[in-house]
Design a protein around this ligand. Structure first.
Ligand SMILES: N[C@@H](CCC(=O)N[C@@H](CS)C(=O)NCC(=O)O)C(=O)O
Length: 212
């Protein structure tokens, strides 16, 4: 570890950004946070597009290495800074199980609870009924999976799979999705929130951005 802080470009209401902020904190890594105001289009400026041509947060810069995409960042940080590879196991079957959940985070988690939240707080143009259907299907699978596991998604200890799935699951109620029917998910969220170094993302009132 160089001791030099990792620079994190983020937006404070972005769950993808929080995913990285949470992991930096769980690893105890010093970070310099640079706020990118999506409302003002700061993610589409030439300077930001040089860091990520997709014009999205989060992005990190670590010792001169620039990397976008929250899941890629989790893989990188775990590979570089977790010498014991507790967060991203080396065992092929466990590593593959982690990758499965990272795909879920980039797929149904985003298109279900993620999109529903965007409609709920920003009135985004996504199909709310479809997002709720995707979320229901996902949460039923997750709840059943967590019931037959110990506390976490892959084995007994938390991995980057849990970090990737945490934020948009915890904030599903901002998209008018109740977590009440999913006791195993609620227990898992509690286990995540009890980890040393856990940091929450700001809660957003439904309707927050509707008039902006
Ligand atoms: N696959 C990307 C998705 C990131 C993403 O969707 N970021 C949103 C904020 S949560 C963003 O920057 N949206 C602005 C835009 O797409 O123009 C990741 O995992 O980091």
């Amino acid at each position: 570890m160089s001791g030099k802080p990792v620079t994190l470009y983020r937006f404070r209401l972005s769950g993808h950004s929080h995913r990285v902020e949470l992991f930096l904190s769980l690893l105890g890594l010093p970070a310099e946070v640079v706020e990118v105001n999506l409302g003002k289009g700061e993610h589409k400026t030439a300077a930001f597009l040089e860091k990520n041509p997709f014009g999205q947060v989060p992005v990190i810069v670590d010792n001169g290495f620039t990397l976008a995409d929250s899941n890629a960042i989790l893989v990188y940080l775990a590979s570089v800074y977790d010498a014991e590879r507790r967060w991203y196991p080396v065992d092929p079957a466990q590593a593959a199980a982690v990758q499965c959940w990272l795909s879920v985070a980039a797929g149904p988690l985003l298109m279900g609870p993620g999109y529903a939240r965007l409609v709920g707080i920003f009135n985004a143009k996504h199909d709310m009924a479809r997002a709720h259907g995707t979320a229901r299907q996902l949460f039923e699978v997750m709840d059943a999976h967590l019931r037959i596991r110990t506390a976490f998604l892959v084995g007994a200890l938390p991995t980057i799979a849990d970090v990737a799935l945490y934020t948009y699951t915890a904030h599903a109620p901002e998209g008018h999705i109740s977590l009440e029917p999913y006791p195993a998910i609620r227990a898992w969220l509690h286990a995540m929130e009890s980890l040393p170094g856990f940091v929450p993302m700001a809660r957003t009132e439904p309707g927050f951005g509707h008039s902006r």
